[in-house]
Design a protein around this ligand. Structure first.
Ligand code: CS2
Length: 500
Protein backbone atom coordinates (compact mmCIF):
# COMPACT_ATOMS: atom_id res chain seq x y z
CA UNK A 1 0.00 0.00 0.00
CA UNK A 2 1.08 3.58 -0.63
CA UNK A 3 2.26 5.13 2.66
CA UNK A 4 0.26 8.26 1.77
CA UNK A 5 -2.99 6.40 2.38
CA UNK A 6 -2.16 5.89 6.07
CA UNK A 7 -3.49 9.22 7.43
CA UNK A 8 -6.83 8.34 5.81
CA UNK A 9 -6.72 4.92 7.45
CA UNK A 10 -5.96 6.61 10.78
CA UNK A 11 -9.11 8.72 10.40
CA UNK A 12 -11.27 5.75 9.54
CA UNK A 13 -9.74 3.79 12.43
CA UNK A 14 -8.88 0.73 10.36
CA UNK A 15 -6.27 -1.08 12.43
CA UNK A 16 -3.10 -2.39 10.80
CA UNK A 17 -1.66 -4.95 13.24
CA UNK A 18 1.60 -3.72 14.81
CA UNK A 19 1.52 -0.39 12.99
CA UNK A 20 0.86 2.88 14.83
CA UNK A 21 -0.75 5.37 12.46
CA UNK A 22 0.04 9.09 12.40
CA UNK A 23 -1.88 11.77 14.31
CA UNK A 24 -3.39 14.49 12.10
CA UNK A 25 -0.67 16.80 10.81
CA UNK A 26 -0.33 19.78 13.17
CA UNK A 27 0.45 23.36 12.14
CA UNK A 28 4.21 23.91 11.80
CA UNK A 29 5.94 25.23 14.93
CA UNK A 30 9.31 23.49 14.93
CA UNK A 31 12.15 23.95 12.45
CA UNK A 32 14.55 21.05 12.75
CA UNK A 33 18.07 21.10 11.30
CA UNK A 34 19.41 17.62 10.47
CA UNK A 35 16.94 15.24 8.91
CA UNK A 36 18.93 12.11 9.73
CA UNK A 37 17.69 8.83 11.14
CA UNK A 38 18.28 9.83 14.74
CA UNK A 39 15.90 12.79 14.60
CA UNK A 40 13.34 10.79 12.68
CA UNK A 41 13.35 7.97 15.28
CA UNK A 42 13.62 10.17 18.36
CA UNK A 43 12.24 13.71 18.47
CA UNK A 44 9.72 13.01 15.70
CA UNK A 45 8.37 9.96 17.53
CA UNK A 46 8.21 11.78 20.88
CA UNK A 47 6.40 14.63 19.14
CA UNK A 48 3.89 12.38 17.38
CA UNK A 49 3.16 10.61 20.68
CA UNK A 50 2.84 13.94 22.51
CA UNK A 51 0.30 15.09 19.92
CA UNK A 52 -1.82 12.05 20.72
CA UNK A 53 -2.03 13.46 24.26
CA UNK A 54 -2.40 17.16 23.55
CA UNK A 55 -2.86 19.13 20.32
CA UNK A 56 -0.57 21.99 19.47
CA UNK A 57 1.28 23.68 16.62
CA UNK A 58 4.13 21.21 16.70
CA UNK A 59 4.52 20.16 13.09
CA UNK A 60 8.15 19.95 12.02
CA UNK A 61 9.82 21.57 9.03
CA UNK A 62 12.88 19.37 8.56
CA UNK A 63 16.06 20.74 7.02
CA UNK A 64 18.58 18.44 5.38
CA UNK A 65 22.00 19.78 6.36
CA UNK A 66 24.56 17.39 4.90
CA UNK A 67 23.89 16.69 1.24
CA UNK A 68 27.22 14.90 0.84
CA UNK A 69 26.34 12.22 3.38
CA UNK A 70 23.01 10.77 2.47
CA UNK A 71 20.26 12.90 4.00
CA UNK A 72 19.32 14.41 0.63
CA UNK A 73 17.67 11.15 -0.50
CA UNK A 74 15.73 11.29 2.77
CA UNK A 75 14.50 14.76 1.88
CA UNK A 76 13.45 13.62 -1.59
CA UNK A 77 11.96 10.38 -0.31
CA UNK A 78 9.96 12.17 2.35
CA UNK A 79 8.77 14.76 -0.18
CA UNK A 80 7.52 11.96 -2.44
CA UNK A 81 5.72 10.42 0.53
CA UNK A 82 4.11 13.67 1.79
CA UNK A 83 6.46 13.78 4.79
CA UNK A 84 5.55 10.28 5.91
CA UNK A 85 7.93 7.43 6.73
CA UNK A 86 8.01 4.40 9.01
CA UNK A 87 10.01 3.91 12.18
CA UNK A 88 10.71 0.20 12.54
CA UNK A 89 11.25 -0.86 16.13
CA UNK A 90 13.49 -3.91 15.99
CA UNK A 91 13.54 -6.13 19.04
CA UNK A 92 16.36 -8.44 20.01
CA UNK A 93 14.08 -11.48 19.73
CA UNK A 94 13.30 -10.62 16.11
CA UNK A 95 9.95 -8.96 16.86
CA UNK A 96 9.11 -5.81 14.93
CA UNK A 97 6.63 -2.98 15.34
CA UNK A 98 6.16 0.11 13.20
CA UNK A 99 5.07 3.68 13.72
CA UNK A 100 4.44 6.45 11.21
CA UNK A 101 5.16 9.73 13.03
CA UNK A 102 3.53 11.90 10.34
CA UNK A 103 4.58 15.21 11.90
CA UNK A 104 6.72 16.59 9.07
CA UNK A 105 5.77 19.40 6.71
CA UNK A 106 7.61 19.72 3.37
CA UNK A 107 11.32 19.83 4.11
CA UNK A 108 14.13 22.09 2.92
CA UNK A 109 17.77 21.62 1.92
CA UNK A 110 20.29 23.84 3.70
CA UNK A 111 22.40 23.70 0.57
CA UNK A 112 20.34 25.55 -2.02
CA UNK A 113 17.37 26.69 0.07
CA UNK A 114 19.21 28.56 2.80
CA UNK A 115 17.05 31.66 2.36
CA UNK A 116 13.90 29.58 2.90
CA UNK A 117 15.42 28.01 6.00
CA UNK A 118 16.24 31.46 7.40
CA UNK A 119 12.68 32.58 6.63
CA UNK A 120 11.27 29.50 8.38
CA UNK A 121 13.38 30.08 11.51
CA UNK A 122 12.50 33.77 11.31
CA UNK A 123 8.77 33.11 11.07
CA UNK A 124 6.79 34.04 14.18
CA UNK A 125 5.03 30.67 13.82
CA UNK A 126 8.27 28.97 14.76
CA UNK A 127 8.59 28.33 18.49
CA UNK A 128 11.40 25.79 18.59
CA UNK A 129 14.49 25.44 16.41
CA UNK A 130 16.05 22.06 17.11
CA UNK A 131 19.25 20.51 15.86
CA UNK A 132 20.71 17.05 15.26
CA UNK A 133 23.59 17.94 12.99
CA UNK A 134 26.19 15.64 14.66
CA UNK A 135 29.41 16.82 16.25
CA UNK A 136 30.88 18.13 13.02
CA UNK A 137 27.78 20.18 12.20
CA UNK A 138 28.66 22.72 14.89
CA UNK A 139 31.75 23.85 12.97
CA UNK A 140 33.97 24.23 16.01
CA UNK A 141 37.74 23.91 15.74
CA UNK A 142 40.06 21.71 17.81
CA UNK A 143 39.88 24.25 20.68
CA UNK A 144 36.09 23.92 20.82
CA UNK A 145 35.52 27.49 19.58
CA UNK A 146 33.72 28.44 16.38
CA UNK A 147 36.15 27.69 13.56
CA UNK A 148 36.67 31.08 11.94
CA UNK A 149 39.06 29.47 9.45
CA UNK A 150 36.32 27.23 8.08
CA UNK A 151 35.49 28.67 4.63
CA UNK A 152 31.78 27.90 5.08
CA UNK A 153 31.68 29.72 8.42
CA UNK A 154 33.54 32.66 6.88
CA UNK A 155 31.10 32.79 3.98
CA UNK A 156 28.12 32.65 6.36
CA UNK A 157 29.56 35.56 8.33
CA UNK A 158 29.75 37.78 5.25
CA UNK A 159 26.01 37.74 4.74
CA UNK A 160 25.68 35.44 1.76
CA UNK A 161 22.90 32.87 2.04
CA UNK A 162 24.03 30.72 4.98
CA UNK A 163 24.75 27.01 4.75
CA UNK A 164 26.15 26.01 8.16
CA UNK A 165 23.90 25.13 11.09
CA UNK A 166 25.21 28.09 13.07
CA UNK A 167 24.86 30.46 10.13
CA UNK A 168 21.28 29.36 9.42
CA UNK A 169 20.33 29.62 13.08
CA UNK A 170 21.87 33.04 13.71
CA UNK A 171 20.55 34.51 10.45
CA UNK A 172 17.13 33.15 11.38
CA UNK A 173 17.36 34.77 14.80
CA UNK A 174 18.40 38.02 13.13
CA UNK A 175 15.28 37.79 11.00
CA UNK A 176 13.16 37.26 14.13
CA UNK A 177 14.74 40.33 15.73
CA UNK A 178 13.74 42.38 12.69
CA UNK A 179 10.13 41.19 12.81
CA UNK A 180 9.24 41.69 16.46
CA UNK A 181 11.81 39.75 18.47
CA UNK A 182 9.46 36.92 19.44
CA UNK A 183 10.96 34.53 21.99
CA UNK A 184 12.13 31.14 20.77
CA UNK A 185 13.94 28.02 22.00
CA UNK A 186 17.00 26.63 20.24
CA UNK A 187 17.31 23.00 21.22
CA UNK A 188 20.54 21.06 20.72
CA UNK A 189 19.87 17.30 20.50
CA UNK A 190 23.41 16.17 19.74
CA UNK A 191 25.92 14.16 21.75
CA UNK A 192 27.94 17.07 23.11
CA UNK A 193 28.60 17.66 26.79
CA UNK A 194 26.64 20.64 28.16
CA UNK A 195 25.09 20.81 24.73
CA UNK A 196 22.73 23.70 25.52
CA UNK A 197 25.50 25.94 26.87
CA UNK A 198 27.89 24.93 24.09
CA UNK A 199 25.35 25.87 21.45
CA UNK A 200 24.62 29.15 23.22
CA UNK A 201 28.35 29.98 23.32
CA UNK A 202 28.79 29.12 19.63
CA UNK A 203 25.81 31.32 18.72
CA UNK A 204 27.40 34.19 20.67
CA UNK A 205 30.77 33.58 19.03
CA UNK A 206 29.11 33.70 15.61
CA UNK A 207 27.38 36.96 16.55
CA UNK A 208 30.65 38.41 17.92
CA UNK A 209 32.30 37.77 14.54
CA UNK A 210 29.62 39.73 12.63
CA UNK A 211 30.18 43.36 11.60
CA UNK A 212 29.71 45.75 14.56
CA UNK A 213 26.42 47.14 13.30
CA UNK A 214 24.78 43.71 13.37
CA UNK A 215 26.10 42.59 16.73
CA UNK A 216 24.70 44.37 19.72
CA UNK A 217 20.94 44.20 19.35
CA UNK A 218 21.18 40.62 18.20
CA UNK A 219 23.18 39.51 21.22
CA UNK A 220 20.78 41.39 23.51
CA UNK A 221 17.83 39.58 21.84
CA UNK A 222 19.54 36.21 22.36
CA UNK A 223 20.28 37.09 25.99
CA UNK A 224 16.71 38.02 26.79
CA UNK A 225 14.46 35.98 24.50
CA UNK A 226 16.27 32.86 23.29
CA UNK A 227 16.66 29.81 25.50
CA UNK A 228 18.98 26.88 24.80
CA UNK A 229 18.01 24.08 27.20
CA UNK A 230 20.43 21.25 27.82
CA UNK A 231 19.36 17.78 26.65
CA UNK A 232 20.40 14.16 26.86
CA UNK A 233 19.11 12.21 23.88
CA UNK A 234 19.21 8.47 23.45
CA UNK A 235 18.02 5.95 20.90
CA UNK A 236 20.13 3.77 18.64
CA UNK A 237 18.93 4.39 15.08
CA UNK A 238 21.34 2.90 12.51
CA UNK A 239 21.50 3.73 8.80
CA UNK A 240 18.68 2.47 6.56
CA UNK A 241 19.34 -0.42 4.19
CA UNK A 242 17.27 -2.19 1.53
CA UNK A 243 16.49 -4.87 4.11
CA UNK A 244 14.51 -2.32 6.09
CA UNK A 245 12.59 -1.26 2.99
CA UNK A 246 11.75 -4.88 2.30
CA UNK A 247 10.78 -5.48 5.91
CA UNK A 248 8.25 -2.61 5.95
CA UNK A 249 6.70 -3.94 2.77
CA UNK A 250 6.65 -7.56 3.96
CA UNK A 251 5.53 -7.05 7.55
CA UNK A 252 3.13 -4.12 7.11
CA UNK A 253 2.38 -4.00 3.42
CA UNK A 254 3.67 -0.41 3.19
CA UNK A 255 5.87 0.96 0.39
CA UNK A 256 8.46 3.24 1.99
CA UNK A 257 11.80 4.28 0.47
CA UNK A 258 13.01 6.04 3.63
CA UNK A 259 12.10 3.97 6.71
CA UNK A 260 14.19 4.26 9.88
CA UNK A 261 15.34 1.24 11.90
CA UNK A 262 15.59 1.77 15.65
CA UNK A 263 15.90 -0.09 18.91
CA UNK A 264 12.91 -0.29 21.30
CA UNK A 265 14.72 1.79 23.98
CA UNK A 266 14.45 5.56 23.97
CA UNK A 267 15.15 8.31 26.47
CA UNK A 268 15.08 12.09 26.39
CA UNK A 269 16.09 14.20 29.36
CA UNK A 270 15.83 17.99 29.14
CA UNK A 271 15.83 21.21 31.06
CA UNK A 272 12.35 22.69 31.02
CA UNK A 273 13.29 26.09 29.64
CA UNK A 274 11.13 26.64 26.56
CA UNK A 275 10.46 30.30 25.73
CA UNK A 276 7.51 29.77 23.43
CA UNK A 277 5.95 26.53 24.62
CA UNK A 278 6.64 22.93 23.70
CA UNK A 279 4.84 19.68 22.89
CA UNK A 280 3.62 17.59 25.84
CA UNK A 281 6.76 15.46 25.62
CA UNK A 282 6.51 14.65 29.35
CA UNK A 283 3.35 12.65 28.57
CA UNK A 284 5.41 10.32 26.39
CA UNK A 285 8.21 9.49 28.80
CA UNK A 286 10.56 12.46 28.36
CA UNK A 287 12.16 13.49 31.64
CA UNK A 288 12.32 17.16 32.63
CA UNK A 289 14.94 18.17 35.18
CA UNK A 290 17.02 21.19 36.20
CA UNK A 291 20.11 19.02 36.27
CA UNK A 292 20.70 17.30 32.95
CA UNK A 293 24.48 17.05 33.42
CA UNK A 294 24.64 13.71 35.30
CA UNK A 295 22.40 12.05 32.66
CA UNK A 296 24.49 13.50 29.84
CA UNK A 297 27.77 12.47 31.42
CA UNK A 298 26.62 8.95 32.11
CA UNK A 299 25.17 8.50 28.63
CA UNK A 300 28.04 10.07 26.70
CA UNK A 301 30.74 8.26 28.63
CA UNK A 302 29.12 4.86 29.10
CA UNK A 303 26.95 4.43 26.02
CA UNK A 304 28.82 6.47 23.46
CA UNK A 305 32.24 5.82 25.01
CA UNK A 306 31.69 2.05 24.92
CA UNK A 307 30.15 2.31 21.46
CA UNK A 308 33.34 3.88 20.08
CA UNK A 309 35.48 1.22 21.78
CA UNK A 310 33.33 -1.53 20.27
CA UNK A 311 33.55 0.12 16.86
CA UNK A 312 37.37 0.41 16.74
CA UNK A 313 38.14 -2.92 18.39
CA UNK A 314 35.39 -4.57 16.36
CA UNK A 315 36.78 -3.24 13.09
CA UNK A 316 40.24 -4.53 13.97
CA UNK A 317 38.74 -8.00 14.53
CA UNK A 318 36.87 -7.81 11.23
CA UNK A 319 33.39 -7.26 12.72
CA UNK A 320 30.98 -5.33 10.57
CA UNK A 321 28.40 -4.63 13.28
CA UNK A 322 28.27 -3.58 16.92
CA UNK A 323 26.36 -6.70 17.98
CA UNK A 324 29.09 -8.89 16.44
CA UNK A 325 31.73 -6.90 18.29
CA UNK A 326 30.03 -7.05 21.69
CA UNK A 327 29.27 -10.76 21.44
CA UNK A 328 32.90 -11.50 20.54
CA UNK A 329 34.02 -12.64 23.98
CA UNK A 330 37.46 -11.05 23.87
CA UNK A 331 36.07 -7.64 22.95
CA UNK A 332 32.86 -7.88 25.00
CA UNK A 333 34.66 -8.65 28.24
CA UNK A 334 37.28 -5.93 27.69
CA UNK A 335 34.63 -3.33 26.93
CA UNK A 336 32.52 -4.39 29.88
CA UNK A 337 35.61 -4.12 32.11
CA UNK A 338 36.32 -0.65 30.71
CA UNK A 339 32.74 0.43 31.43
CA UNK A 340 32.84 -0.89 34.98
CA UNK A 341 36.42 -0.14 36.05
CA UNK A 342 37.53 2.79 33.89
CA UNK A 343 34.43 4.78 32.98
CA UNK A 344 31.92 4.26 35.79
CA UNK A 345 34.22 5.68 38.51
CA UNK A 346 34.23 9.00 36.59
CA UNK A 347 30.46 9.52 36.40
CA UNK A 348 27.88 10.58 38.96
CA UNK A 349 24.91 8.26 38.89
CA UNK A 350 21.72 10.21 38.22
CA UNK A 351 18.83 9.45 40.51
CA UNK A 352 17.09 6.25 39.50
CA UNK A 353 19.87 5.19 37.11
CA UNK A 354 22.32 2.99 39.01
CA UNK A 355 25.51 2.59 36.99
CA UNK A 356 25.84 -1.19 37.15
CA UNK A 357 22.26 -1.76 35.99
CA UNK A 358 22.77 0.82 33.23
CA UNK A 359 25.87 -1.04 32.02
CA UNK A 360 24.01 -4.36 31.97
CA UNK A 361 21.19 -2.73 30.01
CA UNK A 362 23.64 -1.17 27.53
CA UNK A 363 25.32 -4.51 26.86
CA UNK A 364 21.88 -5.95 26.07
CA UNK A 365 21.08 -3.04 23.77
CA UNK A 366 24.41 -3.29 21.93
CA UNK A 367 23.88 -7.03 21.42
CA UNK A 368 20.62 -6.53 19.48
CA UNK A 369 21.39 -8.34 16.19
CA UNK A 370 18.31 -6.97 14.46
CA UNK A 371 19.88 -3.48 14.37
CA UNK A 372 22.89 -4.41 12.23
CA UNK A 373 24.49 -1.17 13.44
CA UNK A 374 27.67 -0.83 11.41
CA UNK A 375 30.97 -0.49 13.27
CA UNK A 376 32.19 1.81 10.48
CA UNK A 377 29.28 4.18 11.12
CA UNK A 378 30.01 4.49 14.84
CA UNK A 379 33.76 4.68 14.14
CA UNK A 380 33.32 7.68 11.84
CA UNK A 381 34.29 11.17 13.02
CA UNK A 382 36.36 9.79 15.90
CA UNK A 383 38.44 12.96 15.99
CA UNK A 384 35.31 14.79 17.16
CA UNK A 385 33.75 11.97 19.20
CA UNK A 386 36.80 10.89 21.24
CA UNK A 387 37.21 14.31 22.91
CA UNK A 388 33.58 14.09 24.10
CA UNK A 389 33.45 10.38 24.97
CA UNK A 390 36.90 9.38 26.26
CA UNK A 391 38.93 12.51 27.01
CA UNK A 392 37.28 13.37 30.34
CA UNK A 393 37.43 9.76 31.53
CA UNK A 394 41.13 9.52 30.68
CA UNK A 395 41.92 12.90 32.23
CA UNK A 396 40.05 12.17 35.47
CA UNK A 397 41.41 8.63 35.77
CA UNK A 398 44.99 9.88 35.40
CA UNK A 399 44.36 12.61 37.96
CA UNK A 400 43.18 9.88 40.33
CA UNK A 401 46.32 7.83 39.68
CA UNK A 402 44.76 5.20 37.39
CA UNK A 403 45.86 4.41 33.84
CA UNK A 404 42.79 3.35 31.84
CA UNK A 405 44.37 0.59 29.77
CA UNK A 406 41.37 -0.41 27.65
CA UNK A 407 40.89 3.22 26.66
CA UNK A 408 44.62 3.43 25.87
CA UNK A 409 44.05 0.48 23.55
CA UNK A 410 41.03 2.32 22.14
CA UNK A 411 43.21 5.31 21.27
CA UNK A 412 45.83 3.04 19.65
CA UNK A 413 43.10 1.24 17.69
CA UNK A 414 41.63 4.55 16.50
CA UNK A 415 45.07 5.74 15.36
CA UNK A 416 45.62 2.50 13.47
CA UNK A 417 42.30 2.75 11.70
CA UNK A 418 42.29 6.45 10.90
CA UNK A 419 45.85 6.50 9.61
CA UNK A 420 45.13 3.56 7.34
CA UNK A 421 47.61 1.17 8.97
CA UNK A 422 44.99 -1.47 9.51
CA UNK A 423 45.28 -2.85 6.00
CA UNK A 424 45.38 -6.44 7.24
CA UNK A 425 41.71 -6.17 8.21
CA UNK A 426 38.43 -5.67 6.46
CA UNK A 427 39.36 -3.01 3.93
CA UNK A 428 35.88 -2.51 2.63
CA UNK A 429 34.53 -1.74 6.10
CA UNK A 430 37.52 0.44 6.95
CA UNK A 431 37.07 2.39 3.74
CA UNK A 432 33.71 3.63 4.96
CA UNK A 433 35.09 5.12 8.18
CA UNK A 434 34.89 8.88 7.56
CA UNK A 435 36.97 11.33 9.53
CA UNK A 436 37.82 14.87 8.55
CA UNK A 437 41.07 14.60 10.53
CA UNK A 438 42.31 11.60 8.54
CA UNK A 439 44.69 13.58 6.31
CA UNK A 440 46.02 15.73 9.16
CA UNK A 441 46.69 12.71 11.37
CA UNK A 442 48.21 10.62 8.58
CA UNK A 443 50.49 13.58 7.87
CA UNK A 444 51.67 13.55 11.49
CA UNK A 445 52.51 9.86 11.32
CA UNK A 446 54.74 10.45 8.32
CA UNK A 447 57.16 12.10 10.76
CA UNK A 448 57.31 8.86 12.77
CA UNK A 449 56.77 5.72 10.72
CA UNK A 450 57.31 3.37 13.70
CA UNK A 451 53.77 2.49 14.98
CA UNK A 452 54.44 3.19 18.67
CA UNK A 453 56.03 6.58 17.95
CA UNK A 454 53.31 7.45 15.46
CA UNK A 455 50.65 6.80 18.11
CA UNK A 456 52.61 8.86 20.63
CA UNK A 457 52.83 11.75 18.19
CA UNK A 458 49.11 11.67 17.43
CA UNK A 459 48.40 11.57 21.14
CA UNK A 460 50.65 14.57 21.76
CA UNK A 461 49.62 16.68 18.77
CA UNK A 462 46.41 15.24 17.37
CA UNK A 463 44.04 17.24 19.59
CA UNK A 464 42.17 14.17 20.88
CA UNK A 465 42.81 14.82 24.57
CA UNK A 466 43.40 17.91 26.68
CA UNK A 467 47.10 18.82 26.84
CA UNK A 468 47.74 17.50 30.33
CA UNK A 469 46.31 14.05 29.64
CA UNK A 470 47.98 13.94 26.23
CA UNK A 471 51.36 14.63 27.82
CA UNK A 472 50.92 12.20 30.72
CA UNK A 473 53.92 9.87 30.60
CA UNK A 474 52.17 6.76 31.92
CA UNK A 475 49.27 7.12 29.49
CA UNK A 476 51.57 7.88 26.55
CA UNK A 477 53.58 4.73 27.36
CA UNK A 478 50.38 2.68 27.54
CA UNK A 479 49.24 3.96 24.13
CA UNK A 480 52.69 3.47 22.61
CA UNK A 481 53.00 -0.03 23.96
CA UNK A 482 49.56 -1.09 22.75
CA UNK A 483 50.15 0.45 19.34
CA UNK A 484 53.30 -1.71 19.04
CA UNK A 485 51.51 -4.80 20.31
CA UNK A 486 48.67 -4.19 17.85
CA UNK A 487 51.16 -3.89 15.02
CA UNK A 488 53.37 -6.83 15.90
CA UNK A 489 51.11 -9.34 17.61
CA UNK A 490 47.59 -8.28 16.60
CA UNK A 491 44.44 -7.24 18.40
CA UNK A 492 44.01 -10.42 20.51
CA UNK A 493 47.40 -9.85 22.17
CA UNK A 494 46.62 -6.15 22.67
CA UNK A 495 43.26 -7.01 24.26
CA UNK A 496 44.98 -9.42 26.63
CA UNK A 497 47.55 -6.75 27.49
CA UNK A 498 44.79 -4.24 28.26
CA UNK A 499 43.20 -6.63 30.75
CA UNK A 500 46.39 -7.30 32.74
C1 CS2 B 1 26.70 6.37 18.15
C2 CS2 B 1 25.47 7.20 18.49
O1 CS2 B 1 27.14 6.77 15.87
C3 CS2 B 1 27.53 6.94 17.03
O2 CS2 B 1 28.58 7.55 17.27
O3 CS2 B 1 27.47 6.20 19.30
O4 CS2 B 1 24.82 7.67 17.36
C4 CS2 B 1 24.47 6.40 19.36
O5 CS2 B 1 23.88 5.36 18.63
C5 CS2 B 1 23.39 7.29 19.93
O6 CS2 B 1 23.98 8.36 20.61
C6 CS2 B 1 22.47 6.50 20.85
O7 CS2 B 1 21.67 7.35 21.57
Amino acid sequence: MDIRTLPRLARTCLPVPGLTLPPSLPEPGIVHLGLGNFHRAHQAVYTADALRHADGPWGITGVSTSPGRGTRPVLTGMAEQSGLYTVLTLRRDGGVAAEVPGVHHPGLAADGQGADVVAAIGSTRTRIVSLTVTEKGYTFGPDGHLDLDDPLVRADLTGTTPRTALGLTVRGLQQRLRTGAAPVTVLCCDNLMDNGSQLRRLISEFIAALPAAEREDLQAYVDTSVSTPGTMVDRIAPATTDEHRTLVARAFGVRDTVPVPAEPYRLWVMQDDFRAGRPAWEATGAVFTDDVAPYELMKLRLLNGAHSLLAYLGLLRGHRSIDQAVTDDLIGTAVEAAMRDEILPTVTEPQGMPGKAYIAELLERFANPALGHRTAQVASDGSLKIPVRWAGVIEESLAAGRVPRVLALGVAAYVRIVTGCADAYDEQALGTVHDAARVRLAELTRRAPEPGEAARLILAEGGLLPQQAARDGAFASAVTETARTLHTHGVEAALRWART
